[in-house]
Design a protein around this ligand. Structure first.
Ligand SMILES: [Zn+2]
Length: 83
């Protein structure tokens, strides 16, 4: 896996795979060494790869930037103070 620019912290990082479910001994060792991240039991909404620096989701295909942009809330514009 080559290094990619993290869309959140802007560092070039090697995305680490998130492993779900009960970790095997091997998975625990990999997590301790930083090769993977343990994501807990429920993969329903979990990312497949994350940034090892900030934990943000990274798409190793490099499409995460546009995905993040389109995911930004459009209706949550800050409201000017009333009065
Ligand atoms: Zn990051």
């Amino acid at each position: 896996m080559k290094a990619l620019p993290c869309p959140t912290c802007a560092l070039h990082v090697k995305p680490v795979r998130v492993t779900y479910g009960l970790p095997t001994l091997e998975a625990e060792q990999d997590a301790a060494d930083g090769r993977i991240v343990l994501g807990g039991c429920d993969p329903t909404f979990g990312p497949e790869f994350v940034c090892p620096e900030c934990g943000s989701e990274i798409d190793p295909d490099g499409v995460v930037a546009s995905r993040v942009a389109s995911r930004a809330p459009a209706s949550e514009a800050p409201k000017p103070a009333e009065g």
